[in-house]
Design a protein around this ligand. Structure first.
Ligand SMILES: [Fe+2]
Length: 258
């Protein structure tokens, strides 16, 4: 068992053998949604693989029961995701990918491990033209703000399990269809012989922007977000800081990456 309290701000432990979370008293949680290989085949570069059978686990709507009214009032949801380190054929382990409707963004935190977040912004009139591609590499304690209009996947390059948490508006559902239609994100991240992972463009897209490599800004002044400060307690300390999640177009995102 590994305690995650100081990393995520909630009394949560990781059962390292079962790859599952256990929740302390006073926390609301439910069984995780399990993303299986069958559900993910469409978005993989290598569609003929047979292992691993399970890829990642989504614990949606985790909160301190005492905070229930606060989350409802602020129209927010907090989730925790465990992403296994196994390879998917040539590709690194990843999530299915989705867009948010309208302009909703998201706030991610890496709780444990190391990840790449691949963000892509399609042209308004043609979603097969990707105008911006951003790869953000992040490690435990760092935060990734998803700006309006960007679809996103998380990639676990391993060798450790990746645990992320996120705050997101509770008023919408994510849209997975465009990633399924495209059979993946703008690029597939694959193992390479160099230190840097390889990136294979997805031929579904007619136009693909060049990849911009970024890091999370450790101090996002306009959002009042600091590296190594867990994101759950923001709801208790200053929920206003999360208002960008329900009013995404009122904010300036130019500082979220460096
Ligand atoms: Fe999202």
């Amino acid at each position: 068992m590994m305690r995650l309290n100081e990393f995520c701000g909630l009394d949560i432990k990781l059962d390292t053998e079962k790859t599952r979370l256990t929740f302390g008293q006073g926390l609301n949680y439910s069984e995780p949604g399990v993303r299986s290989l069958d559900q993910m085949k469409e978005v993989l570069l290598d569609k003929n693989i047979s292992e691993p059978k399970e890829l990642y686990y989504m614990y949606r709507d985790v909160y301190r029961i005492a905070d229930k009214a606060l989350l409802e009032k602020n129209k927010l949801r907090y989730d925790v995701t465990l992403i296994k380190p196994d390879a998917l054929g040539r590709e690194f382990m990843k999530t299915a990918g989705h867009y948010h409707p309208q302009s909703f963004g998201e706030l991610y935190e890496v709780v444990y491990g190391h990840c790449y977040c691949l963000l892509q912004k399609p042209a308004k009139e043609e979603y097969r033209n990707i105008e911006e591609v951003v790869i953000c590499e992040a490690k435990a304690g760092q935060k990734i703000v998803i700006p309006p209009g960007f679809g996103h996947i998380l990639i676990n390059p391993g060798p450790d399990l990746l645990i992320t948490s996120n705050w997101v508006s509770s008023v919408f559902s994510s849209e997975y269809q465009l990633y399924k239609e495209a059979q993946g994100a703008a690029y597939f991240m694959v193992k390479s012989s160099t230190k840097e992972p390889g990136l294979i463009p997805n031929t579904y897209f007619k136009q693909l922007a060049k990849i911009k490599s970024v890091k999370p800004n450790p101090r996002i002044e306009k959002f009042g977000l600091l590296e190594n400060e867990p994101i759950y307690p923001i709801i208790n300390e200053n929920a206003e800081k999360l208002s960008f999640l329900n009013h995404p177009l009122d904010f300036d995102y130019s500082e979220v990456f460096i």
